[in-house]
Design a protein around this ligand. Structure first.
Ligand SMILES: Cc1cc2nc3c(=O)[nH]c(=O)nc-3n(C[C@H](O)[C@H](O)[C@H](O)COP(=O)(O)O)c2cc1C
Length: 218
């Protein structure tokens, strides 16, 4: 049996919250899956050369071609991203652009069902802070809409600002810890967040996996 659900993570952090949440959803589906970490590959952004128009194959000679084949084979996907500077990370965006090659005439991305996973250090919904998760989620949602895909939902994970583990988080004048969590916050008070500690998140991941399974098996 081929790949039924592709899992793609744009997070470059080894075994990151994004990676683990994507893998968790894949596993919960009980279907045949493949996980890809974009930082292990070379996937350049789309050149807008339209070289893909005739054959529905990208002419850029990098790992994006094999990735496009994998994506084509899967009828559903989980796309995980993080939010550097409050929007979608560059690898995930490049991946989305490169899937453009399937589009011409045959609408090769249409009818796929997808789920987004967004990991953000910026707590969602706090006045005065950028809407990082909302921005990234809407970027993926509109990509799905433009490609005719079915959007089954988004999982938002509270991740970690890099200053938590850089070693200078309490002393550095540019530390994001106080910016995100208030003037009294410190490395110790904020702590390292893991997606596994949030039981509501795991339940939501399971729900999304059930939706993916139903979409694939219908
Ligand atoms: C260069 C850089 C800039 C970042 N800027 C933001 C930001 O503006 N907003 C935000 O929510 N998180 C920001 N982050 C933090 C990431 O979203 C955070 O590291 C993410 O939670 C990590 O996810 P992971 O656990 O999957 O690695 C930034 C991270 C990096 C490396």
């Amino acid at each position: 049996m081929g790949i039924q659900v592709a899992g793609i993570s744009g997070s470059p952090v080894p075994n990151s919250n994004t990676d683990r949440a994507v893998q968790e959803i894949l596993e919960f589906t009980g279907l045949s899956t493949q996980f890809v970490k974009l930082s292990d590959l070379e996937v350049a952004p789309c050149r807008a050369c339209l070289g893909c128009v005739k054959m529905n194959q990208c002419v850029v000679q990098d790992d994006g071609r094999a990735l496009a084949d994998l994506f084509q084979e899967a009828s559903a996907f989980v796309l995980g991203a993080f939010t550097p500077y409050s929007s979608l990370d560059a690898r995930t965006k490049a991946f989305m652009e490169r899937m453009y090659c399937h589009r011409h005439r045959i609408g090769g991305n249409a009818r796929k069902a997808g789920v987004a996973v967004i990991t953000t250090a910026c707590p969602p919904g706090v006045p005065g802070l950028p809407p990082a998760a909302e921005t990234a989620a809407s970027q993926i949602a509109f990509w799905m809409m433009e490609e005719g895909m079915t959007n089954l939902g988004t999982l938002v994970i509270q991740g970690n600002v890099p200053c938590i583990r850089c070693g200078h988080g309490d002393a550095c004048a540019m530390s994001g810890i106080k910016m995100l969590h208030g003037p009294d916050a410190s490395v110790a008070s904020v702590g390292v967040k893991t997606c596994e500690e949030d039981s509501a998140l795991l339940a939501a991941a399971q729900e999304l996996a059930v939706k993916l399974r139903e979409a694939v098996l219908q």
